[in-house]
Structures are given as C-alpha cells and as structure tokens.
Design a protein around this ligand. Structure first.
Ligand code: AMP
Ligand code: GLY
Length: 414
C-alpha cells in the first residue's frame, strides 16, 4: 500500500509514523511533511501543497489512502475531488467540512439537532452587534465565523473590550474576510475536553479523550496558541461525562450528518465543555487535533491504517477499536516569542536517548542539520501507567533537546 499524508505539523508526523506501522504499507508520502517525516521509517517528503497537484500525484502514483491533516484543504473540497477520481481519502465532503469552516453553520446545525451548546447570536452588521453588547452579561465570547488559524475566538470581560474586538474583526478585518460575520456567545465556565472520533457516516467511534493546553503560559494564562501540550485520557472525562456526551452530543450529531445527507467518512473532533450545568458542545473540527493526535494515537492498540480503510469503506460497525492501558503526555516546545513574532533557523540538537516519542513540527533539514522553521517546533510524548509517570518521562526527555530560545510550559497535565 502507498499512503499520502497532507500537512506539515507534529500531527502529520504522528499520522505518518502510525500509518507506517502497518506491514502492508510500503511508502508514506508526506506533502509537504517536515524534518520529522523526512527521517521517519518508510516516509518520503514531497514538496507539493495545492489540491490539483496533490490529486495528480495521487493518480499518477496510485495512492491507496490519503489522510488530510489541516482543515484548509477540507473546506476547499479536497475530499470531493479525490472521490470523483475514485481515490480513497479520509475526510468530510465539502458540505460537512462547513461544520468547522463556518461557526454560524455549526451552531445552526447544533440547534437544529438539539445538541446542547452555548446560547448565541449571529451578526453581519457591526452597529447591531455593538447594540447587542450593551445589554449582555460579561464575560462574553466573540467568534469569527470563518477559519482564522485558531485565533478567531476572544473572551471579553467588559463592553469596551468587546467593542474593540468587534472593530478588529468586522471593520479592520484582521481575519481577511473570516470575521466579517461574527457570533456572540454565552460564556461557559468549566473544563474542556477534546474527543477525537472517526465516522463512516453510519457510526461514530470516539477515541480516548484528551485535554489540550491552549494558552502560552503556565496556569492557562496569556494568548491562545495552536496548543502547548496534551494529555490522554482526559481525567475529567468520567464515565458519567462520557455517557452524557454520547447521548446528548455524539448521537444527535450522527443523526444530523445522516439527515443532512453529508458524505462524512473522516475524523470528527468534538470540543466539549464540562460545566456544572452539564456537558456542552463547544465546536466541531473535521480533522485531527494538534497536539491531541500526538497524545492519542500512540495509545491506539488497533491498527490505525486498517481503521482508516474501514471508515472509508463504510464498515466501522465491524471494527473493534482497542486502546492501550495507561496515559500519555505530549509537551510542545515553541520558538521564543510564539504565538507572536519569533525567529527561525536555529539548530536543534539532542543529547542522549529519548524514552518517549519525538514528533517534529516547525523543524526542517537544512544542509544536513535539523533547524527550527516554525512557532511550535516539536513535541515529545511520554507514556506511563499513570499520568504522573507519563509527565515525568516527557519532561525528562525535553531536557535532552536544545535549540536557541526554546520555550515550553511546565504544567502540562498537572
Ligand atoms: P472554539 O474554536 O470555538 O473551540 O474556541 C476556541 C477556545 O475558546 C475554546 O477551546 C475555549 O477555550 C474558548 N471558548 C470557545 N467558546 C467558549 C464559550 N462559549 N465559553 C467559554 N470559552 C469558550
Ligand atoms: N488543539 C486544537 C486543535 O487542533 O484545534
């Protein structure tokens, strides 16, 4: 078998190495891949990123399965284009990708199918939005409707902050069109969980739960990032929480996918908030999470490639999805200054053997040297019988990696 993984993050490194574990897989092409996939067993980086080029590559090279990392390609309809050519690809059709691509669409979907979510209003006129904000309870949440590379949500503590965000989103247009339409949403207090799941349109199989750490600083302080670390399973996801999630969020979502006649054979990632008033659906992502994937996939006992083939073949109900016992903890290390401005091009060195698994992200090979080339540079996932052990391994390993200005949180999974 030949596989194609589209994307260049730590998530894609984790996907490529997991697909490569299957003995029938001869080669895993990574488009464009990174310094990690460059060195990974069976993997080969190819420098293409446009949908038409990817499609031609997949046809010419007779690719058996394609997995898409980032939402960008999914909302552009890559899955429909591959399907038209009879190519097997894991992901939602363009219509279903709107569950992530448009927050107003996904909120409307949740409302229509009775899925518990925060109360909200949609605005396309900044004056109406500002009028509405005058009588709101604070804090309040403002969200850009379209894709904004994970930066399109702000929590505002008072009217002035909210008004200023409306101006940034709708007038200054900082998200280049994605924030012209906005959602103003009730603030929910609680703890978050990420539940990655796979669907074939007939069933949805949830993976072990996980917990992202979105803010840049310890204690959940500072601006949001792509994710500074993840643990799995999420200790807040008790049996009661998961039962409630299954009944009130997962099952009605599946009903919605079916009634809306979406061709959804891909990953559906539920962002949920566990509150005193119950479990709420925060958002859908139509792809793997980063860094959740680096924490969750290594715990999968079943063959991942077989699972993907089964989802594409609409045969998940016959798949027994098994998990390893224990915990994982993935620490992300970033370039100094991230998520703001940062410099790149610093050499990355390792001293001593790592006990956990290293997933490279914003790192590339340049003249035979591994160098930083992004904000989130790499991640290390530790495993253990307990979360404390998994953390200990990840933190001990991180001391063996060096690059100029490296920064990581000290409280992942604490
Ligand atoms: P989203 O892209 O909708 O998941 O939002 C990004 C992050 O903003 C979430 O992971 C939460 O941390 C936070 N967030 C989103 N919606 C709410 C809400 N209604 N109440 C509190 N926090 C929220
Ligand atoms: N870690 C959150 C995301 O991938 O959207």
């Amino acid at each position: 078998m030949k596989a194609l993984i589209i994307g260049s993050g730590g998530r894609e490194h984790a996907l490529a190495s997991k697909v490569a574990e299957n003995s029938n897989v001869q080669v895993v092409y990574c488009a464009p891949g990174n310094g990690g996939t460059y060195k990974e067993n069976k993997c080969e980086n190819i420098n293409i990123t446009q949908i038409d080029e990817l499609l031609s590559f997949a046809i010419e090279n007779k690719i058996d399965i394609t997995i898409v990392g980032s939402e960008e390609w999914l909302v552009q309809g890559i899955v429909d284009k591959f399907n038209e050519k009879g190519l097997k690809i894991l992901g939602p059709c363009e219509k279903a990708a709107r569950l992530e691509g448009s927050k107003s669409y996904s909120k409307e979907f949740m409302k229509k199918y009775g899925i518990k979510t925060a109360a909200y209003e949609v605005f396309e006129d900044e004056n109406k939005a500002i009028d509405y904000l005058k009588n709101c309870e604070y804090p309040i949440v403002i969200k850009a409707d379209g894709l904004a590379a994970g930066k399109g949500v702000v929590i505002c503590n008072d009217f002035l902050a909210a008004k200023s965000s409306i101006n940034d989103f709708m007038v200054v247009d900082i998200f280049k069109g994605s924030g012209k339409k906005i959602i103003i949403e009730e603030f929910l207090e609680g703890v978050e969980a990420s539940i990655l799941s796979i669907t074939d349109g007939k069933v949805i199989l949830p993976f072990v739960s996980s917990k992202d750490h979105k803010q840049i600083f310890d204690g959940g302080i500072g601006p949001n990032t792509g994710g500074m670390g993840a643990i799995a399973p999420n200790p807040y996801c008790t049996k009661e929480v998961l039962d409630e999630f299954y009944k009130n969020i997962l099952l009605p979502t599946l009903k919605g996918i079916q009634e809306e006649k979406m061709d959804y054979r891909g990953i559906i990632f539920f962002g949920i908030m566990i509150t005193k008033k119950g479990v709420y659906s925060l958002e859908y992502n139509v792809r793997f999470g980063d860094p959740e994937t680096q924490a969750v996939l290594p715990l999968m006992k079943s063959d991942f490639t077989e699972l993907v083939i089964s989802a594409i073949g609409r045969d998940l109900e016959n798949f027994e999805l098994l998990w390893k016992k224990g915990y994982s903890c993935c620490l992300i290390t970033a370039s100094k200054g991230y998520p703001g401005k940062y410099n790149t091009g610093y050499e990355i060195s390792e001293s001593g053997k790592l006990e956990g698994k290293l997933y490279l992200a914003g790192a590339t090979f340049d003249d035979g040297l591994l160098k930083t080339n992004g904000g989130r540079v790499l991640g290390i996932t530790g495993f253990g019988e307990t979360l404390a052990k998994a953390r200990e391994i990840a933190y001990a390993d991180m001391k063996k990696v060096q690059f100029h200005g490296m920064y990581y949180r000290k409280d992942i999974g604490k």
